[in-house]
Design a protein around this ligand. Structure first.
Ligand SMILES: O=C(O)C(=O)CO
Length: 289
């Protein structure tokens, strides 16, 4: 095994040791640089830890006949759990309530400000894939109305389809983002969509930070034109703009949606199984390309 992550200059290291490498393991966060590929002439498979592969050029791998495996499905429930946790936590101001009690403010300042309800509210899901479905199932249990936006309507679900993202945002109290990252969804949640969600609305993001126009979101929060934001992902992780860190109507998590012991074990196992299966049969289990 070659520990590429320990190398100060991975490119130079690969130039010396890349020939003969048949499999490469990476993560959704670390990705893979295209310029490394010329130094990996024998590479047959990339096995990536995570469902997102926006930091890996799948098209380039395909062109070179290299398979890409990821770890979908095994993390769906866990990511959906955090989406619902963020939504509930934001609506009920869980983090602020906790601080209010811990800091001894309750006896001094009295009643904590009123929060927002979740049960029975309108939830719009952007990207009704494996994770989105799990979010929908959970929030249907809270008697929420569920509508969704995908490129195309699904014929296997009864949730309402909304072709216009702006119309979905106008309707929604909570807009939950579970779509893929990468160029196809870059700033999909634009100023216009956020304005449509408006002061009544909360945006919950467990997909990728690039999906939201972060600058517009901050401005609209500051101008009181957007209600709340509950975010696990950011445009320039791990840097989170001070304006978000300081805003009272923002709930933050450090990109942890799949980060439980149980789920990370399952994801690790899938990384190994993808490699094993590729070397046994020529096909990874969870194949992107
Ligand atoms: O698997 C991924 O891509 C994630 O970001 C999980 O949180």
């Amino acid at each position: 095994m070659l520990a590429l992550w320990e190398q100060a200059d991975p490119q130079a290291f690969l130039a010396e040791h890349g020939t003969g490498v048949r499999g490469l393991v990476t993560t959704a966060g670390h990705g893979l640089k295209n310029e490394w590929l010329d130094s990996l002439p024998d590479l047959g498979v990339v096995s990536s830890f995570g469902v997102g592969y926006d930091t890996i050029d799948a098209g380039e791998l395909k062109k070179r006949g290299i398979q890409l495996g990821n770890t979908p499905d095994v993390l769906n429930a866990c990511v959906a759990d955090l989406a619902v946790c963020l939504l509930l936590g934001s609506a009920r101001q869980l983090v602020w309530g906790d601080r209010y009690v811990r800091e001894g403010r309750w006896p001094v300042e009295g009643q904590f400000p009123l929060a927002q309800s979740v049960s029975g509210k309108n939830v719009g899901i952007v990207g009704l894939g494996g994770i989105g479905i799990e979010v929908a199932r959970r929030l249907a249990g809270f008697d929420c109305q569920i509508h969704y936006h995908n490129r195309k309507a699904r014929d296997d679900v009864s949730y309402g389809y909304e072709a216009s993202l702006t119309a979905l945002a106008e309707w929604a109290d909570y807009l939950v983002l579970t779509c893929v990252g990468g160029p196809s969804t870059h700033h999909l949640i634009s100023r216009e969509v956020l304005l449509a969600l408006g002061r009544k609305g909360t945006v919950v993001n467990v997909s990728r930070g690039t999906v939201i126009d972060e600058t517009a979101m901050i401005e609209l929060l500051q101008q009181d034109k957007l209600g709340f934001a509950a975010l696990d992902v950011f445009e320039h992780e791990p840097d989170v703009p001070p304006a978000l860190r300081e805003h009272a109507r923002v709930t933050l998590m450090p990109h942890s949606a799949s980060a439980t012991v149980e789920t990370r074990l399952k994801m690790s196992q899938r990384v190994i199984d993808n490699l094993d299966r590729f070397f046994e049969t020529g096909q990874v289990i969870s194949r992107v390309v």
